[in-house]
Design a protein around this ligand. Structure first.
Ligand code: GRF
Length: 197
């Protein structure tokens, strides 16, 4: 397929969602290609996986920069050098400045392990279980200045089972994340969804 969107993935850890995106993008009719993986942690396991797939990687530590904005400007320079069309955050554990999210508005998406707007932030599964909810899930959303607040593109739901722990629920949700994220990216790259104006 020609004119595939150039996608960079931002990770901080193991990168299982990253792997799901890389796998999906191998299909000849997928409208996006993964052209780079960036991490704010040089030790992120996902970087090794990406290199093993022959994908360009880069890592920068926030601690090497005076301000959050300096770090993000360096990140944007990398993304621009890669001629990035779409940024996929996949377990990227950084709070972003409005300058960065505005630069990438409509082009940056994130996966979050809850049915947004419920349970923004961390420890989503433990909080959902403590509330006794009957259903949990995951959301892919556009990135905006507010943490986990941007418009939702797609969601998947799973049941909460009687003896669930945060770990067992996370594992059930993760299976859905690995299907949802490639489908949400496909829709964005194909122009089937766009940032609401
Ligand atoms: C996923 O649960 C994702 O929803 C959340 O962080 C986790 C990252 O896992 N944002 P992985 O690195 O993709 O395996």
């Amino acid at each position: 397929m020609t004119n595939r969107k150039r996608v960079a993935i931002l990770i901080s850890g193991r990168g299982s969602n990253m792997s799901a995106l890389i796998h999906a993008a191998k299909a000849p009719d997928y409208p996006a290609e993964i052209i780079g993986v960036f991490s704010n942690r040089a030790a992120a396991a996902g970087l090794d996986t990406a290199r093993g797939e022959g994908i360009t990687t880069a890592a920068l530590a926030q601690s090497k920069f005076e301000t959050r904005l300096d770090f993000e400007n360096a990140l944007t320079a990398i993304l621009e050098a890669w001629r990035t069309d779409i940024v996929c955050m996949a377990g990227f554990m950084r709070i972003l400045t409005p300058e960065f999210t505005t630069r990438w508005q409509g082009k940056a998406i994130n996966i979050h392990p809850s049915l947004l707007p419920d349970y923004k932030g961390l420890d989503t599964h433990a909080r959902a279980l403590a509330d006794g909810v009957a259903e949990a899930g995951c959301s892919v959303h556009f990135v905006t200045p507010g943490l986990d607040e941007g418009p939702v593109i797609a969601q998947a739901r799973v049941p909460v089972l009687p003896n669930d722990t945060p770990g067992s629920l996370a594992a059930r949700v993760l299976v859905e994340e690995h299907k949802l994220y490639p489908e949400a990216l496909r829709r964005l790259a194909a122009g089937e969804v766009a940032y609401p104006r």
